[in-house]
Design a protein around this ligand. Structure first.
Ligand code: CTP
Length: 435
């Protein structure tokens, strides 16, 4: 049993908060509803009081002897604001405290979940986006609105997710807390999720489901190891598969940190990107983001070697005065194996779930799967996603074929040929089985 404060702001979606309240009380939680004055224009105080079995107040001047503006927030295990209007989000972001709900938000020291719902134009407005980002940077868990039919005849991102989806996120946060380290370090862009799937009046859930309340780290792209100011050792990874993994995880409700190495791709909605270039930079960013994360997916093509010496000025063709035709010899040193390092740091803990990628070709010594099984054993990660590579396969293409191998199991899941989004969904399905 938890003490939950359900804040309700003045939007048409306030009616959905009644169902959310029922889900909480039926689960045995003690819920105090704190509506705003305008919320009561949509759903009256008697409804909230009857459903919660507790008195309802909007201002700070009722029962002053009990100091409700401090006590309610201080004693809560979870504060959820659903729906949160643009006005409420703005007030919360700026620390205003003109009514009971905004006071509660200032005094709460427990996890705070905010589910904005408003018209698409209001949600998309830079002011709202900046306010939402501010809340996320402070560790508030924002459940983005879903796409679908809005109050009028129009459709777009802005709908409050279904009460059951909100409830699932809240229960997960009550059980596991908000993944604070990632929020602290990587303020997420609070853009709404992809609304390309809007189908008539139906809603496309921001959380396609399964990863709500989880923090996942995805590395993508290919590292570049500089040789001199104009040259580097790189590889042909486009980053498309890693970006698709990040996008699908965000759509499933995860907080996603995408460590992106030299990928020239658009940031997927709801994903925070940490740009890196070299393997060492990628290692530092991934290790930092992995602290407290639930899943790390190493989809990046990380250079195994880097030039031992960086020439601060451009290496000239005639670099050797004694032999004008000589070609320079580039000495290489090994880069750390980031994936293996993550497995080692995890030790005996089950978290984070670690997923490796392997780009393999079959050869005289074995098939693609033979090499992959050996790599899975060597790397010690939980899942290995195997790509067959060749000049016309995988790199830069929009579709992909993979095999997913799980540690300790001989079963192989095949996915594709399919768009990289679909392949990503198969990877997350496999991850979710482990979670
Ligand atoms: N990887 C890594 N750090 C490296 C190299 C690779 O973390 N220095 C990760 C990749 O992101 C990928 C996995 O390891 O998830 C497999 O990479 P791959 O290069 O295929 O594996 P290697 O161990 O380098 O094996 P090989 O000898 O086949 O190159």
């Amino acid at each position: 049993m938890a003490r939950i404060v359900l804040g309700v702001a003045g939007g048409i979606a306030a009616y959905k908060a009644c169902s959310l309240l029922r889900l909480f009380t039926e689960a045995g939680h003690e819920v105090t509803v704190v509506p705003t004055e305008s919320a009561l224009r949509f759903v009256g105080a008697p409804t909230w009081e009857a459903l919660s079995g507790r008195p309802v107040s909007t201002g700070v001047w009722d029962s002053v002897h009990e100091v409700p503006h401090v006590r309610i927030g201080q004693s809560a295990d979870l504060v959820v604001v659903a729906p949160a209007t643009a006005d409420l989000v703005a007030k919360a972001a700026h620390g205003l405290a003109g009514d009971l709900l905004t006071n509660v938000l200032l005094t709460a020291r427990c996890p705070v979940v905010v589910a904005p719902a408003m018209h698409t134009e209001m949600w998309d407005h830079p002011a709202t986006q900046a306010n939402v980002s501010t809340l996320m940077e402070r560790g508030v868990h924002v459940i983005p609105p879903v796409s679908g039919r809005l109050t009028g005849a129009d459709t777009g991102p802005g709908r409050l997710p279904e009460p059951a989806d909100l409830y699932a996120v809240c229960e997960r946060i009550l059980a596991h807390g908000i993944p604070v380290p990632a929020h602290d370090k990587y303020p997420a862009r609070a853009t709404p999720v992809d609304d390309a799937d809007v189908d008539g009046g139906g809603a496309v859930s921001a959380a396609e489901g399964g990863l709500e309340g989880r923090t996942v780290v995805v590395s993508a792209g290919g590292t570049r190891e500089p040789l001199d100011p104009v040259r580097f050792l790189g590889n042909r990874s486009s980053g498309k598969q890693g970006y698709a993994l990040a996008a699908v995880a965000a759509r499933r409700g995860a907080h996603v940190v995408l460590v992106s190495a030299n990928a020239e791709l658009a940031t997927p909605p709801g994903v925070s990107v940490v740009p890196v270039s070299t393997a060492l930079e990628l290692q530092a960013a991934v290790e930092e983001a992995a602290e407290g994360a639930d899943v790390v997916v190493m989809a990046a093509a990380v250079a195994d070697f880097r030039p031992a010496h960086y020439a601060g000025t451009k290496i000239k063709k005639s670099h050797d005065p004694t032999d004008p035709d000589a070609a320079p010899v580039v000495e290489l040193v090994r880069n750390p194996d980031v994936l293996a390092g993550l497995v080692e740091r995890r030790g005996d803990e089950a978290s984070p779930v670690i997923v490796g990628f392997a780009a393999e070709t079959g050869d005289d010594e074995g098939s693609v799967l033979d090499h992959a099984r050996a790599k899975l054993a060597r790397k010690g990660c939980d899942l290995l996603v195997v790509n067959e590579v060749g000049t016309d396969k995988t790199f830069g293409r929009d579709d992909n074929t993979i095999h997913i191998l799980r540690q300790g199991s001989s079963h192989v899941v095949d996915a594709g040929p399919a768009p990289k989004d679909e392949v990503a969904a198969a990877v997350w399905d496999a991850v979710q089985q482990i979670l």
